[in-house]
Design a protein around this ligand. Structure first.
Ligand SMILES: [Cu+2]
Length: 119
């Protein structure tokens, strides 16, 4: 009858791992968002890397209106007033240059890596 406690202990260990695995999988798959802040007529950081499926939020930290306008017509925030924000989810890998339509010298690029790529 000495084997019963061992079996019980084994069952507990299996149960514990069974609970942890879904949590670990979720943490790995959870999208990590990125934020670009607009300050002093500049996008910061000017180049941001995300994975496919992730969302980039642009926050206007200036006291004037800006836009986040794709150079290749993929997205366009239109006017984003002071303290406003614009979010876009990048589904496909690639390089997405953009600018401010009001201050055309303001430029930035979102680089979208394949979803399985290292961060
Ligand atoms: Cu601007």
């Amino acid at each position: 009858m000495k084997s019963l406690p061992v079996l019980a202990a084994t069952a507990l260990v299996v149960a514990a791992f069974g609970h942890e695995n879904p949590v670990a999988a979720q943490a790995t798959a959870a999208p990590k968002a990125a934020t670009v802040t607009v300050k002093n007529d500049a996008f910061m950081p000017a180049i941001v890397h995300v994975r496919a499926g992730q969302t980039v939020t642009f926050v206007n930290g200036d006291d004037e209106t800006h836009t986040v306008t794709s150079d290749t017509a993929v997205f366009d925030s239109k006017n984003v007033d002071a303290n406003g924000r614009f979010a876009y989810t990048f589904a496909k890998p690639g390089s997405y240059p953009y600018h401010c339509a009001i201050h055309t010298f303001m430029k930035g690029t979102v680089i979208v890596d394949p979803s399985g790529a290292a961060p």
